[in-house]
Design a protein around this ligand. Structure first.
Ligand SMILES: C[S@@+](CC[C@H](N)C(=O)[O-])C[C@H]1O[C@@H](n2cnc3c(N)ncnc32)[C@H](O)[C@@H]1O
Length: 281
């Protein structure tokens, strides 16, 4: 059993419409392999019947399951390391000076997958903010399954082995049967919400730092530009944006400039008027 061209087109149109993810021709086998367990879970005899049924009777719940199955949720603790070192060495010293009056920072892990990025940020802030400072981290993702996992905050041994130092495992996790669960003292600063980056953004308080990592790669240029423009509106004028190693704003959105941040790069709003400064003219 293989997907027909029409079935593949139906699925790729759905995923493009709902998540702006581009499934190029040639991905038929990937789509089929990812949809086999979904079809089985909803009681369809096979993927072809599952798709045929959806074409006849649109079913938002089944559509969501397809989006969940076709998004790549690959993530790990302190992914790529350098962005987290840059936070400690460059970004936090800068923000600690700039936010003396409020002593509070807000971070956004956009496309947070199962939560490792958001909790890695929480550990970094927990260990590097001066006493008396507070922080909030919001994680969002289009996958409802990933949001549920992130909220549960439980990880298998294999998952914690991916990038989490043993000292931090001991300090910030407790045993939960065969799994490890993040301790409440860390969880209380982190919340998760379902959100599509490619739909109009809901109202949000501005953020000091946005981690928008390893998700733009799935979008076409127009969608990347739209997401970056929307992100600029909720990034504080003197805030910091981090993208994945294979992603950039260059040639896509000139409102950002790339700046060195330790051994990696970050992006800042070009010619931003610092918060509190009067505009001239
Ligand atoms: C490869 S993971 C990256 C996770 C994390 N940011 C990191 O770098 O490790 C990509 C995530 O983007 C999410 N995603 C894909 N399309 C999205 C969209 N349109 N809106 C929000 N999240 C999306 C997927 O569900 C997935 O969890």
């Amino acid at each position: 059993m293989t997907l027909s061209q029409a079935e593949f087109t139906f699925v790729s149109n759905l995923v493009r419409k709902e998540a702006s993810i581009v499934l190029a021709p040639g991905k038929e086998y990937l789509v089929e392999a990812r949809l086999i367990p979904v079809a089985r879970a909803v009681g369809a005899p096979n993927v072809n019947d599952f798709i045929a049924d959806l074409q006849k009777r649109p079913n938002p719940q089944h559509q969501r399951k397809i989006i969940d199955a076709l998004t790549t949720n690959e993530t790990s603790w302190f992914r790529d390391r350098e962005p987290f070192s840059a936070l400690i060495d460059v970004v936090l010293p800068d923000l600690i000076k700039a936010r003396q009056a409020v002593r509070k920072l807000r971070f956004w892990s956009a496309a947070s997958s199962s939560g490792q990025e958001a909790y890695s940020l929480a550990i970094t802030l927990q260990e590097n903010l001066p006493a008396g400072w507070t922080y909030e981290i919001m994680g969002t993702d289009i996958s409802t399954e990933m949001i549920a996992r992130a909220e549960k905050a439980e990880y298998s041994q294999v998952e914690v082995n991916r990038g989490l130092p043993a000292t931090q495992l001991v300090q910030y996790f407790e045993r939960a049967g065969a799994h490890w669960r993040i301790i409440p003292a860390l969880r209380k600063n982190v919340s998760f919400k379902h959100m599509s980056l490619t739909a109009p953004f809901p109202p949000m308080q501005p953020f000091d730092v946005i981690f928008l990592r390893n998700v733009l790669i799935y979008f076409d240029v127009a969608t990347k530009r739209q997401v970056l423009q929307n992100a600029a509106k909720i990034l504080r004028p003197d805030g910091w944006l981090f993208l994945g190693a294979a992603e950039t704003t260059i040639g896509i959105d000139d409102n950002y400039e790339r700046v060195a941040a330790g051994r990696t790069s970050a992006y800042r709003i070009r010619n931003a008027v610092p918060a509190g400064a009067a505009r001239r003219g």
